[in-house]
Design a protein around this ligand. Structure first.
Ligand code: GDP
Length: 428
């Protein structure tokens, strides 16, 4: 059965760890959106791997890792990642597949990203400034350059010329030369060539042959371009719809959907965040959870678990199960709070609002639950959990409306409790 794993909060939920954990049950892992703004950190026997573009399944030998058309690819970032993995002993070359329809990030996209954030001033989005947004803008504006265009040097030249000229018009006093950009792309094309395939055909053939696929999301549902806290969102569909559009597979290909959530909430960048804790408790979560961006090093904003947001993600994605991560970060807290609803003035808000202004006005309705003294860090069996931790998990399941399939208790691959088999024949 094919399973989609995606973020059910504002990203950084620990998707990389869960993808890595479940990969042995699949033949292929396919990433469907985002770019190298993602940063999945995975620890295997204390060795740290940060995966940005390459699916987190790469750490298991023999698994084919697919980068779909919904992903935007910066070739330099891709090669840097491949080289770094190779230096760390991960065999890669014949295991990567890149969609011929994926759009490319060119050097001018990075400049445009910085420029657009600077022009927004106070209203900046808080992007990672890696050119992801401008590359998606070009895609939608139908002037983007795709991987398949690398095979047609004449067409590519025209395209690069037009795009660099347009960029020079946008950026004051800019005289960027298109020729070095073209030469660089042609050089990249040589290295990428063996990896380029029609991903839709590849995945369809794999399914026909009885192979199963793990669909890997980046960022999180609340950062989805359509369903997230717009405009403080990413430029792609991080929620379930992105699987079909970003890989060229039909909805029926998705067997189960697993939503990754932290046992609390974090977000990076700007935008409303109802359960944000700005004082000592926020700092406590940030430090115990090492809540600093894997790609940018930016401190993440931290707050209590927001069940309104997770219920929203559950509805949008049709979540079958939760992978609850970072339970151990709450170890030692006397009291833990869960946001079960929102209030705006005297009104109760039933659904996650579309309007970010309205979301910013929402006050969380909290319930308090007892914390636990005994550490959960590194526990691998459910019956070892302190009773209060079990109660907390049960309450999160109840208020989120989704059962927990996996609970993670540390950053290592095996720091995990498997609660439900999730249809995957996962042995304890
Ligand atoms: P992703 O982008 O969703 O994969 O998330 P990140 O990799 O940005 O952030 C998750 C971080 O939390 C990584 O550094 C993981 O190693 C770490 N992590 C994942 N699960 C756990 C857990 O259960 N406990 C602790 N303490 N850390 C975890």
């Amino acid at each position: 059965m094919n399973v989609a794993i995606l973020g059910a909060q504002w990203g950084d939920e620990g998707k990389g760890k869960i993808v890595d954990l479940l990969t042995p049950h699949f033949s292929l892992v396919a990433r469907y959106q985002g770019g190298h703004n993602a940063g999945h950190t995975v620890y295997v026997h204390r060795a740290k791997f940060i995966l940005r573009l390459i699916p987190a399944g790469i750490l298991h030998p023999g698994i084919t890792c697919v980068i779909g058309n919904g992903v935007v690819i910066d070739p330099q970032a891709l090669f840097a990642e491949v080289d770094e993995l190779a230096r760390n002993g991960v065999d890669i070359d014949d295991r990567i597949v890149i969609s011929d329809k994926a759009h490319l990030i060119l050097p001018y996209h990075r400049d445009l990203d910085l420029l657009s954030e600077a022009r927004r001033g106070e209203r900046k989005i808080g992007t990672t400034s890696r050119g992801i947004g401008p590359a998606y803008e070009d895609k939608i504006a139908r002037r983007g350059i795709r991987v398949c265009d690398l095979a047609d040097p004449a067409g590519l030249e025209q395209n690069v010329r037009d795009n660099v000229t347009a960029r020079n018009r946008l950026v004051q006093d800019s005289t960027m030369d298109w020729k070095p950009v073209l030469d660089q792309m042609l050089k990249h094309a040589e290295r990428m060539k063996p990896w380029i395939r029609d991903v839709s055909v590849l995945l369809t053939d794999a399914m026909r042959d009885g192979k199963s696929i793990l669909f890997e999301g980046a960022q999180g549902t609340l950062l989805d371009i359509d369903h997230g806290t717009y405009p403080y969102v990413t430029s792609s569909n991080a929620s379930i719809g992105g699987v079909c559009t970003g890989l060229g597979v039909p909805p029926k290909a998705i067997g189960r959907v697993l939503g990754v959530v932290k046992a609390y909430t974090t977000r990076v960048g700007e935008g409303p965040f109802p359960t944000e804790l700005s004082g000592a408790m926020g700092a406590r979560l940030r430090e115990s959870g090492s809540e600093y961006g894997a790609v940018t090093g930016r401190p993440r904003r931290c707050g209590w678990y927001d069940a309104v947001a997770v219920r929203y993600a559950a509805r949008l994605n049709g979540l079958d199960g939760l992978a609850l991560t970072k339970l151990d970060v709450l170890d030692g807290l006397e009291t833990i709070r869960i946001c079960t609803g929102y209030r705006a003035g005297s009104r109760t808000i039933a659904n996650f609002p579309a309007d970010t202004g309205q979301l910013a006005q929402c006050e969380p309705i909290y319930e308090s639950i007892s914390g636990w003294d005994a550490p959960t860090k590194g526990l691998r069996r459910f019956d070892q959990l302190p009773a209060a931790a079990r109660k907390y998990i049960a309450r999160l399941e109840e208020v989120s409306g989704v059962p927990a399939a996996i609970v993670s208790t540390g950053s290592e691959r095996d720091d995990v409790l498997r609660i439900a088999d999730f249809g995957l024949r996962i042995a304890d």
